[in-house]
Write a new protein. Structure first.
Length: 341
């Protein structure tokens, strides 16, 4: 029996590669498109070890109409999960045109090809960053979208608006935007995980690299915030829970969405954790004493954001199953594998 092929753009990346596993486990055939500008061939090797077969991968640019058309035809693509985008917040402020061209240009090209090929189903990678500094917590999908504080964040907001408008125009598309909170962890086998290029911006990969002796002490960016322990609060979600949310969203589109549909879902655990709590949990779970100190606040950080994931539970039948402890244990196992000399 031929399994339905799903195109995973950016599928060699952190969330994309884990979603390829979840798709395969749910009876789909993932097909990866990735230009490897921010990912590694190592992810494909890891997928081979986990799945026992080679996931087809096209090392191409998602902005190229002809290339996308050829892949849709050659692979009989039945749906798309779109991760491919530049995502460095700081870099986006230095190079706005490159970010708008790549992140929004690729989305528009993809939508044009989907319409041309009569492929209606799309899951779009969005972010809780659209909520900015929420006035009320936890945030629901009805919480106000705040003016973006970075070009990267704006590409997510404008991306959602493009999707909403193209569906409102009556086009035969069924689309869900998933607003991720903070993805952390790795596949429990340790064969795939987060592979930040250069010095990690994000907390958990910096922690694991510091614990592995690859980095110096962790700097906690501020402990004078109005939170229980003074450090910022986030909703850290295991990357495999996040991956499974993409499958649940795709199945929701295929089952009961007519032929013209747009909706938005939060994908988070519903629990907030502070930076200090993450540090202390990592030490408990791994037995590793971390070396850290408190430094100045980081520009652009929101004080506290975490999800109300009720809508995803009620309408997608999805909830996060894995704990922060599990995510940190899996992240550490990956660190020990990926940096094995
Ligand atoms: C988490 C907390 C830092 C590093 C980012 C993107 C967001 C999304 C998820 C894509 C903050 C603190 C961090 C360090 C620290 N990505 N921290 N020392 O900023 O919540 O979200 O990743 O969609 O768009 O902005 O994640 O891991 O960078 O920071 O104290 O060395 O950890 O100040 O409070 P963030 P993060």
């Amino acid at each position: 029996m031929t399994l339905p092929s799903i195109l995973v753009t950016g599928g060699a990346g952190f969330i994309g590669s884990h979603t390829a596993v979840a798709l395969a486990e749910a009876g789909y055939r993932p097909v990866i498109l990735d230009d490897f500008s921010n990912s590694s061939q190592r992810a494909l090797d890891g997928l081979q070890q986990i799945l026992g077969y080679t996931v087809p991968c096209y090392t191409k640019d998602c902005n190229d109409h002809a290339i996308l058309l050829d892949i849709f035809q050659r692979e009989n693509i039945r749906g798309v999960i779109h991760f491919a985008a530049f995502k460095a917040v700081g870099e986006s402020m230095q190079e706005p045109l490159r970010y708008y061209r790549n992140n929004l240009g690729s989305l528009i090209t993809l939508l044009e090809v989907m319409l041309e090929m009569n492929v209606p189903d799309l899951i779009f990678s969005s972010s809780c960053t659209v909520y900015g500094e929420p006035a009320v917590l936890p945030v629901t999908e009805a919480s106000p979208v705040q003016p973006a504080t970075s070009v990267y964040g704006n590409t997510k907001q404008v991306g959602e608006e493009i999707l909403r408008d193209v569906v409102a125009a009556g086009k035969p598309l069924r689309i869900i935007s998933l607003r991720y909170f903070n993805p952390v962890g790795a596949h429990p086998t340790g064969y795939i995980g987060e592979l930040p290029l250069g010095v990690p911006n994000n907390l958990v990969p910096f922690i694991t690299q510091s614990a592995a002796g690859l980095r110096g002490p962790i700097t906690i960016f501020g402990n004078d915030y109005p939170t229980p322990d003074g450090t910022c609060v986030r909703d850290y979600i295991h990357v495999m829970d996040l991956a499974e949310a993409h499958v649940a969203a795709l199945q929701n589109l295929q089952k009961n969405s007519g032929n013209n549909h747009y909706d938005v879902f939060n994908v988070g655990t519903g629990q907030g954790a502070s930076v200090l709590e993450v540090v202390q949990t990592f030490e408990e779970v791994t037995g590793h004493k971390l070396n850290y100190h408190v430094g100045p606040r980081r520009a652009g950080d929101v004080v506290s954001v975490f999800a109300d994931a009720t809508k995803s539970r009620e309408q997608l039948g999805w909830t996060a199953k894995r704990s922060l402890r599990e995510a940190l244990a899996d992240a550490w196992r990956w660190e020990l594998v990926v940096n094995r000399p």
